[in-house]
Design a protein around this ligand. Structure first.
Ligand code: NAP
Length: 346
């Protein structure tokens, strides 16, 4: 094992006080976990935030979380020490953990999400088993690399199987959506992007002049608008972020036999929105697939694809914050102010 003098780390743990206006995070100094034989010590350089983090911090996560856990699942850092049996990684490697540490191949039966079933990554040092770490592309800086594990892998999984020339509907301008837009554009897919904000849509049209856009807030029947934009046929695939209140509309504007990738649950869980689910899914012969970030193999495939094309990710980052400003960063994302990703720099 390489020697290291580091025995302490700084972490943000959740307060679990869900009263509006109260702090959601507390900065603590803690003893570093002991390094096991197959584990590595990582010096963290960037942590990316997701909607999920703000939702967990505010008590809204639909799955169980450990009490006062460490928030966040997206980190990029440098290996600074390795256990004696570590075989695939070495000091100096650039790595990030997978989001669900039980999901290596996609066939595992258990789940263990960072920041939910186990501690997350909002810390200046991390200890992980080498099996749950992926090498990050060398051509990206730390901030860019940090957005890959969750938003990137989720967008990758949601678009899997699409072919050049097909049409995708992407909902919203958050982290998963802007990553999906970048991948769709690189893959030659025709994109229809929705947002509640004309200003955000204008900004995205300036970056991607060929996309079509719909304001889902101004046009409540946005599914009918999407059908018009596709000549009455429907899109081949939807990156579904709304959840209960948008799913039936998404099915209605997908072509017969198309795919809806269910990624998000931004609109809550009201079952009354799903009354037409069964007739619609049968009538349109839709393949509805659940997306759960992705496996380690998915993350490796995404990193290989990004590296092959040297795809820049800088434009996905809306704003960076200092590590110490984590509370402000979580609130920023909770208020939905961002286009794309928010990253903490260390
Ligand atoms: N299944 C998975 O593995 C997985 C992985 C990552 C994220 N997620 C989920 O996917 C969703 C998006 O995550 P994110 O991190 O990209 O979030 P984010 O960065 O906070 O972006 C959310 C954006 O979605 C749009 N939006 C809000 N409510 C909407 C609605 N009812 N219908 C359509 N669009 C809506 C808004 O865009 P505009 O301001 O442009 O309207 C909002 O800014 C969340 O529910 C998150 O929990 C799931």
């Amino acid at each position: 094992m390489s020697s290291t003098a580091i025995t302490q780390r700084r972490v943000f743990r959740r307060t679990d006080d869900f009263t509006p206006g109260t702090p959601k995070l507390k900065l603590l100094q803690e003893a570093l976990p002991q390094l096991g034989p197959t584990q590595v010590l990582i010096k963290v350089h960037a942590v990316a935030l997701n909607y999920r983090d703000a939702n967990i911090a505010n008590g809204g996560n639909p799955w169980p979380v450990i009490p006062n856990g460490i928030l966040c699942n997206d980190a990029a850092g440098e290996v600074i020490a390795v256990g004696e049996k570590v075989a695939a990684l070495a000091v100096g490697n650039r790595v990030g953990p997978i989001t669900d540490t039980e999901n290596i191949s996609g066939r595992e039966t258990e789940r263990s999400w960072l920041a939910a079933n186990e501690d997350g990554v909002m810390a200046d040092h991390l200890v992980f088993d080498e099996a749950v770490l992926c090498n990050l592309p060398d051509y990206l800086d730390w901030e860019e690399a940090s957005v890959i594990p969750c938003a990137g892998v989720t967008a990758w999984s949601a678009l899997k199987g699409m072919s050049i020339g097909q049409t995708v509907l992407i909902q919203g301008t958050g982290g998963v959506s802007v990553f999906a837009l970048k991948l769709a554009s690189a893959a030659g897919l025709r994109t229809i992007l929705t947002s509640s904000s004309d200003a955000k849509l204008q900004q995205m049209r300036e970056m991607y002049p060929s996309i079509l856009t719909v304001n889902y807030s101004k046009i409540p029947d946005w599914d009918i608008e999407v059908m018009k934009l596709t000549g009455g046929v429907g899109v081949d695939i939807v990156v579904e972020n709304g959840g209960a209140s948008s799913l039936v509309k998404s099915l209605k504007c997908t072509r017969r036999g198309g795919v809806v990738s269910q990624v998000g649950y931004l609109s809550g869980q009201d079952p009354s929105h799903l009354r037409e689910l069964i007739p619609t899914i049968i009538d349109r012969r839709i393949n509805l697939r659940g997306i759960n970030a992705g496996s380690k193999h998915d993350m490796e495939d995404l990193c290989a694809a990004l590296t092959a094309a040297r795809t820049p990710l800088k434009d996905l980052i809306d704003r960076t914050f200092a590590f110490e400003e984590a509370e402000e960063a979580v609130e920023y994302i909770w208020q939905g102010k961002q286009i794309g990703k928010i990253v903490l720099c260390l």
